[in-house]
Design a protein around this ligand. Structure first.
Ligand SMILES: [Zn+2]
Ligand SMILES: [Zn+2]
Length: 254
């Protein structure tokens, strides 16, 4: 299984794309601006998108992919998310005002998007692997996802601040080989990070004491312009840990 990082920044800018991970060539975890670099053919190959939460930097690609696929492909793109996220997408994005309701286009029998509820803790079987959502703490209801195949287990935190649910879900796993986790803000923005439910390097370093596994860490979602200071602060906060900063275009295998 290959996981291609289409985007992993906390914002946009030259060379920066927001969160989207491509599993093999047909499943997305989140659909941020990183999906905009896919060709039409690649967009048409996507069968499923698993969404962590409703924030625009994680879902805006659904709007443009659905539009691009109109007239090119009959198969629906299945959107999986917790009920609160699905409701937010229907009420606030695909509501005919901000964007057309592509769950009714081109017609109700053959829509471009279909909605599928995800429940935390329930494994969903995909092609040679399973995906399981776990709850995290963000300013809107949010989950992360565990990906598991015969060779190992990878978890993606999505957007989260410090919370017991994150560590208890990860500690319940029999092993954890890789953890993609967000570090959005620098230490000096600790207050902002707490209010917006994100991590700083210092807080992540402290909170990782609760994790019983020692996975390879991949750090994501740095706010544009803060990358260098976050990297410098991680050298102190995560000293002794096996970590690297994730970049657009990176490919992880599991
Ligand atoms: Zn968010
Ligand atoms: Zn985000």
């Amino acid at each position: 299984m290959h996981i291609t990082v289409l985007g992993c920044s906390g914002g946009v800018g030259p060379g920066l794309r927001t969160t989207s991970l491509l599993i093999n060539d047909d499943v997305l975890i989140d659909a941020g601006t990183g999906t905009g670099d896919l060709s039409l053919a690649q967009m048409c190959r996507i069968t499923d998108a698993f969404i962590t939460h409703s924030h625009l930097d994680h879902v805006c690609g659904l709007a443009f992919m659905a539009d691009n696929r109109l007239g090119l492909i009959d198969r629906s793109l299945r959107v999986h998310a917790i009920p609160e996220t699905l409701n937010a997408l229907r009420e606030h994005l695909f509501n005919w005002t901000l964007w057309p309701d592509f769950s009714r286009l081109p017609d109700e029998k053959n829509p471009l998007l279909t909605w599928h509820e995800v429940r935390a803790g329930e494994a969903i079987h995909a092609d040679g692997y399973t995906l399981t959502a776990f709850k995290v703490l963000h300013t809107v209801p949010a989950v992360g996802y565990v990906l598991e195949n015969r060779d190992g287990i990878l978890a993606f935190s999505g957007d989260t601040g410090a919370c017991d649910e994150l560590w208890s879900a990860l500690n319940a796993l029999p092993r954890l080989d890789r953890l993609i986790i967000e570090v959005a803000f620098a230490n000096e923005d600790e207050r902002l990070a707490q209010d917006s439910r994100h991590f700083t390097p210092r807080r992540l370093g402290q909170e990782l004491q609760h994790l019983k596994h020692r996975p390879q860490l991949y750090l994501t979602h740095h706010k544009p312009g803060c990358e260098a200071i976050i990297e410098a602060e991680c050298r102190t906060a995560l000293a002794g840990r096996d970590y690297r900063h994730l970049h657009r275009g990176d490919v992880l295998s599991l």
